[in-house]
Design a binder for this molecule. Structure first.
Ligand SMILES: Nc1ncnc2c1ncn2[C@@H]1O[C@H](COP(=O)(O)OP(=O)(O)OP(=O)(O)O)[C@@H](O)[C@H]1O
Ligand SMILES: [Mg+2]
Length: 286
């Protein structure tokens, strides 16, 4: 089932003469996102990732074209509340998202705005603080937290709203490995329970774990497919200044000893099984 539909979306931050001069951050983007997908959005700095993601919950509205969430156009202001209930977004810059004076109030803010029962709010706040490991920061003012802690807090605040669709704009980029793993595991679990996830990242290893990868370049969709298709297009990745996943780069170093094309080994599980396969077939890796 289609959850988000983007038709011929173009967006310019300019207006007036500059807009007529044609400086667009997004150009002619067509995408269909089905319910339950796990999508990674990749692309160089300035390629349009944040601009695209901000269109998914009506934070930005198209200069041209249309974005629909469950059939609701983001251009219709009366639908914004419902659209934001469906699509929860964690911004790239956590500062802009903090509104309250205590960590626990910040996490409760979203659920309170949804008009939930007090017990439900308490339960969700406890859960979100637990799964992100934020309990230790209870009672602290959000604006005094470290950048990574703020990022974790905005993740918890959005998770507490239990959106059908979670949009993460480089939302774990500043987290330490343990916090990142905790957030990743939680998001993965929610996804397994049916939540749609759309996450931008500069990590090809992270993108390789998604079900679908959308590559942006200069505000346009340069490629869109499963990781195995995207990461086999070395020339295009190079042209777009993107890396290969770590496991492919490792596999390239021992490619004479493997029995599969190294492009296929885009995650640790695939590399591990190719290595044990090679070992079994002749012990060439000894
Ligand atoms: N508030 C703004 N006003 C004017 N131009 C902007 C604004 N925000 C972004 N842009 C421009 O729009 C283009 C796309 O920017 P965007 O932030 O979407 O890129 P990005 O892919 O998210 O980059 P990054 O990887 O650095 O986060 C860039 O050329 C950028 O300079
Ligand atoms: Mg960005």
């Amino acid at each position: 089932m289609e959850l988000i539909r983007i038709d011929d979306l173009s967006y310019s931050y300019e207006s007036g003469p500059a807009l007529r001069a044609g400086r667009y951050a997004l150009r002619g983007v067509d995408l269909s996102i089905r319910k339950g997908q796990y999508i990674a959005v990749i692309g160089a700095n300035g390629s349009g990732k944040s601009t695209l993601l901000k269109h998914l919950n009506g934070l930005l509205v198209p200069t041209e074209g249309e974005v629909r969430v469950s059939g609701m156009s983001t251009k219709d202001k009366t639908l914004l509340k419902e659209i934001r209930r469906t699509v929860g977004m964690v911004f790239q810059n956590p500062e802009t998202q903090l509104v309250t004076t205590l960590v626990e109030d910040e996490v409760a803010f979203g659920p309170e705005n949804l008009g939930l029962e007090p017990e439900e709010i308490t339960e969700r706040v406890e859960w979100a603080m637990a799964v992100t490991g934020l309990r230790a920061l209870q009672g602290r003012p959000p604006h005094l937290l470290s950048t990574g802690q703020k990022q974790l807090l905005t993740v918890a605040s959005v998770l507490a709203m239990r959106p059908d669709c979670l949009v993460l704009d480089e939302a774990t980029s500043m987290l330490d490995p343990a916090s990142r793993k905790r957030v990743d595991d939680t998001v993965r679990r929610l996804h397994n329970d049916g939540m749609t996830v759309i996450a931008s990242t500069h990590s090809m290893d992270e993108a390789a774990e998604a079900g679908r990868v959308i590559v942006l370049a200069g505000g346009e969709v340069a490629a869109d497919g499963e990781p195995r298709e995207i990461f086999s297009r070395r020339r295009i990745l190079r042209e777009l200044r993107l890396e290969l996943p770590t496991t492919v780069r490792i596999a390239d170093l021992v490619k004479n000893r493997l029995f599969v094309e190294t492009e296929r080994l885009f995650n640790p599980r695939l590399l591990a099984s190719a290595v044990s396969d090679a070992y079994r077939k002749g012990g060439t890796l000894r």
